[in-house]
Write a protein that binds this ligand. Sequence first.
Ligand SMILES: [Zn+2]
Length: 372
Amino acid sequence: MSYREPAKYLFLGVIFLSLIMLSGCAGRRNLVRGKALYDLKKEAVSVKGEEYVSLSLMCGVYGVKWDYDPVSYRVVLKKDGHKAIVMANSNSFILDGRYYVHLKPVILYDDNIYVPFSMVEDKFDRVFNPYYYQVPSTKVYSIRTVVIDPGHGGKDPGAIGRKGLQEKDVALDISKKLRNILEDNGFKVVMTRDTDNFISLRRRADISNKIKADFFISVHANAARNRSARGFEVFYLSDAMDDNARAVAAAENAVLELEDEFELKHSNALDAIVWDLLYDEYRIESKEMAASLCESMQRDSIGKNRGVKSARFYVLKGVRSPSVLIEVGFISNSSEESKLRSTSFRKQIAQALAKGIINYKQRYEETEGFTN
Ligand SMILES: [Zn+2]
């Protein structure tokens, strides 16, 4: 046996092994594509003749982060810039900003959320399975365009203080001051109104949606029967609300009575489910923004911090971006009424709000939409 032979065998061996590995890679590639679906199908349960898989299992298999709101039964799913929202007992869902209707609904089964296997196969597998998106998502996480919505206006004065201060004037002045500060900091700002005119709630949302705002802030001042009530609070849209939040929402939504009947009918005709799902699309961001504004107002000692709250505000419901509504103080409280009358106090509020928005922007951009 010559000394060359082991080398020859070694050489052949290497070629043989490479062939196995190459075919193994190719095979594995195909397996990856189908493996998630295969694993899920194994665990599927049959409900009324349809195959269902548990949502938590699906998220585990694909490595999807999820956030469940037990009050509304909505679930937000996120992975690598992809985002889906599903709702128990609904056929409708949102995937990467698009609205879909599936043949079978998402269901609550055994106290867990289950999705039709066919929904996973047709839609979710294609966005959450890494096999399909070797090219990274190109979504850009930046905040540039802000819509400021000064509450009320024209024939709708909003709340009125004992000494005659009107909410619509306070809201407009703070909003203008906020606009100037944000513009100085490089934001593009659009106001829903910059004079004392009446605009419907629906129109305010339309203005924001038309320019595809990165977020929307509605500025208000509060009123309460209890004249000692004081402080600021920041709201985001949700079905979950306490009595106080319900009262604030009722007061802010009351303007609907002044609105054009045609316009109201038109907005009621909107697909309620689409809006329900869309607002959930921005719930996490809206909550973060509300917290950021509250922190900033507290740091600048604007008043008593009543906290971040959620309620059903009509104006926020139509907005297709993260959105918050701030009540800067109580016009019904005589000491806060006099403070809100002062230009320097309004400027302090605008500065605190601007800082809150800038902090939010930084965190949003650094964490790529709070996903990291
Ligand atoms: Zn108001």
